[in-house]
Design a protein around this ligand. Sequence first.
Ligand code: PLP
Length: 389
Amino acid sequence: MADQSGYLPQPQGFATAAIHAFQDPEQWDSMAVVAPMVSSTTFKQYSPANFKKFEYGRSGNPNREILENCLATLDDGKYGLCWSSGLGATTAIASMFNAGDHIICGDDVYGGTNRLFNKVCSKFGLEISFVHENSIENAIKPNTKLIWVESLTNPTLKVIDIKSIADIAHKHNLLLAVDSTFLTPYFQRPLNFGADLVIHSISKYINGHSDVIMGATITNNEEIYKQLKFLQNAMGIVPAPFDCYQVTRSIKTLALRMKQHMKNSLEVGQFLEKHPKVEKVLHPGLPSHPQHELFKKQTSGCGGMLTFYLKGGLAESQKFLSSLKIFALAESLGGYESLAELPSVMTHASVPEDQRKVLKITDNLVRVSVGLEDPEDLIKDLKQALEKV
Ligand SMILES: *Cc1c(COP(=O)(O)O)cnc(C)c1O
């Protein structure tokens, strides 16, 4: 197991909850140990508008309910909701606000979040500012309603001090939403640091098998939950029952997977740090990361994400990425398989160029999602690809 000294303690009972929460077999007639999959789109009623629990598959489904409750438990929250994608969750959150409202978004967020806020929400009259985390308080205006941050950020893996941003948000009567996708509830539980809302792209580590697109929101705030639950049905941004079934299965190994992602990514990061063709490695779990100490104060470990600057430019990055054999050159992250990509032309191509420059998303910045393969094989692969540069 990876050295976790200095981090928050591991969450108590996490693996047990991931395996059992809300899945007591006695609640269904068959006593099946694995929750049965219910794909029916509609449910019979006793008399008009008098039904047992579920009515119509968009408004509710047994497999979705199990997953939502289980995810809420894992994030130390009361209320969970699942969405057809991570961006579907973001769409719903943005829809809680009115034309003329202002949202402050961290400057280094998932490219699709940037695109959604910038190109879509703005059409509906929401005003969005992308700001560095140190400038959030200065960016607050009378119409500001929400602060949105990602921690870890993507792709430069900055650590955002959740507690201090939550204090700012609450001082000004605003909500704080934290996209916690890169760390999962196993390593980071933002509600405990004052966040009002946690967002996950389930498509990444939580499902972890690269075969489901889904999102989730978790909150302790009943008012937010009710609004989002209404929007889930009203807007129809719902996941399929089979996908909920699959994710419920996947999270049973989340704790195991995250521990191994951490161990593997630290080994890969240490290797890259010493390599002469690598300019700099950004990995929050390594002491060289400028915010390593802050990181340990609000998490109990890190996942498999790391970013590094190759010596060179676009040509060198392309040569390196095309030479990898085990790492797949692909977008996305958080699966059992290792992936590598070039954010400037792939995941973050939709971020305006001037903003990319400020964030140092340059053509030699490579983002790596370290998977669960044997770390020595991953290192061998990186080594041979670096030799080709
Ligand atoms: C992938 C991702 C999203 C979007 O999730 P989808 O499920 O792809 O819609 C949002 N935030 C982060 C940090 C992500 O990595």
